[in-house]
Design a protein around this ligand. Sequence first.
Ligand code: FEO
Length: 394
Amino acid sequence: MHARQISKGIDIIATVHWERRLFDSLIPLPDGTSYNAYLVRGTEATALVDSTDPVLRDDLMEQLQDVDQIDYIVSQHSEQDHSGCITELLERYPQATLVCSKKAEDILITHLQVSAKRVRVVEDGESISLGDKTLQFIYTPWVHWPETMCTYVPENKCLFSCDFFGSHLATTDVFVTDQAKVYEAAKRYYAEIMMPFRQIIRKNLEKIEECPFDIIAPSHGPVYDDPGFILDAHRDWVSPNMKNEVVLPYISMHGSTERMVKHLIDALAREGITVHAYDLSVTDIGKLAISLVDAATLIVGTPTVQVGPHPAVYYTAHLANMLRPKLKYAAIIGSYGWGSKAIEQISGLIPNLNVEVLGTLLHKGAPTSETYAELDDLAAAVAKAHRDDELIVT
Ligand code: FEO
């Protein structure tokens, strides 16, 4: 890739990871990703905002080969996909100062073995002048580490936001060309790493909106030159509002649980509820995370394996507990052969979910007409709860 201008005196140095399919050995990346650094040239000094993942260091260095002087390297976030080439950049530009937040200093020194002498800590609200451009630093903790900050250039009305508003998309586009595609990728990213911190992210949103920016330049995915839609999306995701939706992760071994799940899906749909069902033996866990952003109810379907839930359900319950979605209601359904502690064990896995349990139904053997009637009752109970919360418009 080559450097491209996003605003007068500001270039994006995008390194595109087309083939990456997993982040943190956990998060699926169906569309790859990109790591964006930004070169800001002032009349007196030049700054580079963030770097790239070490795996793409050659691409970054190639795009900087004609840049003889960098005075400031700004690390907005210490995770290695953005900070991973800072050590080499400090060697390449020996006069450069590494600029970071107070909390980032220790993380960068520890992770990258950066010399403390090269580091300048900036406070929340502090500025550095580059001559005709200014870097204003805005602490935005927990998007998604405690040390994260944004950088605002008022002369260009440009906000560098690192992971905040990021989307995992491998693309040659500099600016957003397909809002729906970016919305989906950004929601996936928000769900997987930021959802647990939405209370503080709400405050961060209010804080950055004090800056009259026209451009949001994240460190993953394309740049927003019309950022209204992504701001509205984040306002919605972090709001307390829930939708008339059920997320239903399930797995089945010999078909009993699957038959119960399929019946329940139909019963919920008859009640006017949108159901997002995921067979955990094949699902993309990122899609499940996206659904958890808005849903009011989680229903887990599991067979019994060695007295407890299926291991895939263990994993999913732990993940949901970790992501702390809004969720107000839950239920557990499933089957067993001779005995089961699945309900107790799943309940113990989700202490962070402040949910009201609307029903539990474990059936011995294949489901019967009585089982299906109980599932109809469960669907009615979910619908009533959603209706009482005015999630259903009738
Ligand atoms: Fe894109 Fe938290 O790193």
